[in-house]
Design a protein around this ligand. Structure first.
Ligand SMILES: O=C1C[C@@H](c2ccc(O)c(O)c2)Oc2cc(O)cc(O)c21
Ligand SMILES: O=C(O)CCC(=O)C(=O)O
Ligand SMILES: [Fe+2]
Length: 369
């Protein structure tokens, strides 16, 4: 049974079995062993188009290299007001500190669009994530349902609206750079999104009694175009570029956004830009907060590479609507989790049978000994 909130469990000495991951999925690198491999890129001067002092070209080169290499980079001097960022994180922390019954007024476990939920992004997953989330669907504006936006703490709705608007602007600016890098018009990627969706997911990872056995958020790629992640100074975001053989922990940088390319961005670039393979680990010393702003195409937007370079093969067999792509991803994730559980059960049964057979065929002197 899923707990109503994680707060009570965080006080226990051992982890409930529903959070324990198989050994191959457990963290391989510490939450605070930071790497400097992910580039930190200043966007100062990104709007200076030309001239000898124009910085745009240089910034674009760095962004493109990071997208080809990792699908992850960090941005500073991005123009989002530091006070707005600080209000957003303060209010988010206050939300998670509310009593369980207050948070559960916005419970979305019954499949509601937006609100509060514990543990997993996928209903029906076998192993649970060690996180609580609160989420809003912020774009398109006409589809906003404010009844699903928590009305506490005071000022939350107002700050979130402003934050969403500023992050939409920043995301569009980054997509312009990537469009140009693909040799397309500036608006190519945003146009491919038709009418861009935005969803804000605030992740709260409480302290965890046995963090080596579990994950805050299991390994995944984000389904959409681009994600802007704001994280506190604790650390826990990890990335891999060799299919999980080695992992690095992204260095937290005050006021920076971590930018992840998602599956949609990957497909539109015909695989040139990586979809960041990442996860979040937890720890027993402190809780952690991160705010993910997912920029997704409209559900009906057709996904297919915008440009296939000479000598390349398309990474997709056929065009598919984003909603269908998302549905297939979710069912594949669930199916994989189901198969993994089945394989584990079969392995346990086989081991038990082997043990039984061994005791039945023991030589008589061993049994008598
Ligand atoms: O919560 C997440 C994490 C992530 C994700 C979504 C779907 C998956 O199958 C998966 O393995 C990871 O990206 C998201 C993207 C969204 O649009 C919303 C989310 O809640 C999330
Ligand atoms: O909390 C983090 O560092 C990662 C969050 C994330 O990957 C997500 O919400 O999709
Ligand atoms: Fe993610």
């Amino acid at each position: 049974m899923a707990p109503s909130t994680l707060t009570a469990l965080a006080e226990e000495k051992t982890l409930q079995t529903s959070f324990i991951r198989d050994e191959d999925e457990r963290p391989k690198v510490a939450y605070n062993q930071f790497s400097d491999e992910i580039p930190i890129i200043s966007l100062k001067g990104i709007d200076d188009e030309g001239g000898i002092n124009g910085r745009r070209g240089e910034i674009c080169e760095k962004i493109v290299k990071a997208c080809e290499d990792w699908g992850v980079f960090q941005v500073v001097d991005h123009g989002v007001d530091a006070q707005l960022i600080s209000q957003m994180t303060t209010l988010a922390k206050q939300f998670f500190a509310l009593p369980a019954e207050e948070k559960l007024r916005f419970d979305m476990s019954g499949g509601k669009k937006g609100g509060f939920i514990v543990s997993s992004h996928l209903q029906g997953e076998v192993v649970q994530d060690w996180r609580e989330i609160v989420t809003y669907f912020s774009y398109p504006i006409r589809a906003r349902d404010y009844s699903r936006w928590p009305d506490k703490p005071e000022g939350w709705i107002d700050v979130t609206q402003k934050y969403s608007e500023k992050l939409m602007e920043l995301a569009c600016k980054l997509l312009e750079v990537l469009s140009e890098a693909m040799g397309l018009e500036k608006e190519a990627l945003t146009k491919a999104c038709v009418d861009m969706d935005q969803k804000v997911v605030v992740n709260f990872y409480p302290k965890c009694p046995q963090p080596d056995l579990t994950l805050g958020l299991k390994r995944h790629t984000d389904p959409g175009t681009i994600t802007l992640l704001l994280q506190d100074q604790v650390g826990g975001l990890q990335a891999t570029k060799d299919n999980g053989k080695t992992w690095i922990t992204v260095q937290p940088v005050v006021g920076a956004f971590v930018v992840n390319l998602g599956d949609h961005g990957h497909f539109l670039s015909n695989g040139r830009f990586k979809n960041a393979d990442h996860q979040a680990v937890v720890n027993s010393n402190s809780s952690r907060l991160s705010i993910a702003t997912f920029q997704n195409p409209a559900p009906e937007a057709i996904v297919y590479p915008l440009k296939i370079r000479e000598g390349e093969k398309a990474v997709m067999d056929e065009p598919v609507a984003f909603a269908e792509m998302y549905r297939r991803k979710m069912s594949k994730d669930l199916e994989l989790a189901r198969l993994k559980k089945l394989a584990k059960e079969q392995q346990i049964q086989a081991e038990e049978a082997a043990e039984k057979a061994k005791s039945e065929t023991k030589p008589i002197d061993e049994i008598l000994a």
